[in-house]
Design a protein around this ligand. Structure first.
Ligand code: HEM
Length: 347
């Protein structure tokens, strides 16, 4: 008969579990610490969790500070690990162009592809944290017991929006005339009618509008907040904008798109608001669909690539005194907006 002595059965079970966990951690440590040679440099990371603790916890409300620190230490192209997922940050214009313009096989996962229609994209937008939330990187977390409770309100909002859009599509169908498109939904219906396959259908159309609602709400609301703030702080700019509005539009009508070429100062001010404020700190995640090289670094298939919009918009090599709010930087000697196709510093 086995003599347990001071060890209770529970003690043995706990002991076995602890040992198993330790073994797993050592295996995880060895496996996850094996880095692919040639990938961009980056900070040391913990087994299994990678740099999540620093990124999502220590710098929770000021992730940009963490990214700034990493860029300073490792250069404009660096790597982090989100769990075992490799993230590559591109923080200079050359590498962003190489990745997104020259090497076109970096593709964007849509929320539909990631989650089969569940609202990670909404969570991403509403948190205003950009794509680097645990739920966005590992959407399967939503299926953990209790996880959805936290996002119940968001999920309900998403469902409400989807129902609203679907209703509007059905309404449009009733009076749809191919030759007289009234709006974007009508154009979408025409595209469905023209489509050879079933791939483009009402459901896809609904998701396109859903994306537009979600992607266009938080971004625009935050951009407006920043624009008002800049007008309050920079009263000289506010006065110049008002003067241009008074001269071009007057007070009897609203501004229309056709006024844009005649309003270079207001246009430049809006561009400067976008550059300065960066409501989107990084791009959305793009996935490398095959092994590639960017700026001489190895980028393995499956890596997630993010463009550091904040870094590029405040890069001293691209902008003179980037920390100054100066709409004039977008206006040339003839008082026109600088539109240099080769020089797209504003993302
Ligand atoms: C100032 C306002 C806005 C900012 C700063 C902004 C910024 C961005 C950024 C940085 C991306 C990621 C691009 C990428 O990683 O490839 C993005 C994607 C997107 N934006 Fe905007 N956006 C704004 C307004 C809007 C509006 C008004 C709409 C729609 C009505 C919209 C619809 C979208 C969509 C659908 C995507 C996803 C594209 C894709 O899946 O590749 N955005 N936006």
């Amino acid at each position: 008969m086995l003599n347990l002595g001071v060890w209770s059965l529970t003690g043995i079970v706990v002991g076995v579990l602890v040992v198993a966990l330790l073994v797993l951690m050592i295996i995880g440590c060895v496996l996850s610490k094996r880095e692919i040679p040639g990938i961009p440099p980056g900070p040391s990371f913990l087994p299994l969790v990678g740099n999540v603790i620093d990124m999502s916890w220590k710098y929770r409300t000021r992730k940009y500070k963490y990214f700034e620190k990493m860029e300073k230490k490792y250069g404009s192209v660096y790597r982090l690990y989100f769990g075992r997922q490799l993230l590559i940050f591109l923080n200079d214009m050359d590498s962003v162009k190489e990745a997104f313009v020259i090497k076109r096989y970096l593709y964007r996962q849509t929320h539909g592809e990631v989650l089969g229609g569940s609202p990670a994209f909404l969570i991403e937008a509403s948190h205003g944290e950009g794509p680097l939330t645990p739920i966005n990187m590992l959407p399967q977390l939503l299926y953990l017991p209790g996880a959805r409770g936290k996002f119940k309100k968001l999920i309900a909002g998403a469902e409400l929006t989807k129902t609203y859009i679907s209703k509007r599509i059905v309404e449009h169908k009733k009076t749809w005339n191919k030759d007289k498109p009234r709006d974007l939904i009508d154009c979408g219906l025409a595209a469905i009618a023209d489509a050879d396959s079933q791939e483009f259908n009402n459901r896809i159309l609904m998701y396109i509008f859903f994306d537009m609602f979600i992607a266009g709400s938080d971004t625009i609301a935050n951009s407006m907040d920043w624009a008002f703030l800049h007008m309050i702080v920079n009263t000289d700019t506010q006065i110049k904008c008002q003067k241009e509005i008074d001269e071009v539009v007057g007070s009897e009508r609203r501004v229309v798109w056709a006024d844009k070429p005649n309003m270079p100062y207001c246009t430049a001010t809006l561009m400067e608001c976008l550059r300065y404020s960066n409501v989107a700190m990084t791009s959305l995640p793009h996935t490398a669909t095959k092994d590639t090289m960017i700026k001489g670094f190895v980028i393995p298939k499956g890596s997630i690539i993010l463009a550091g919009i904040n870094s590029i918009h405040h890069d001293e090599n691209l902008w003179e005194k980037p920390e100054q709010f100066k709409p004039e930087r977008f206006i040339d000697g003839d008082g026109k907006i600088i539109h240099n196709e080769k020089d797209q510093r504003l993302i």
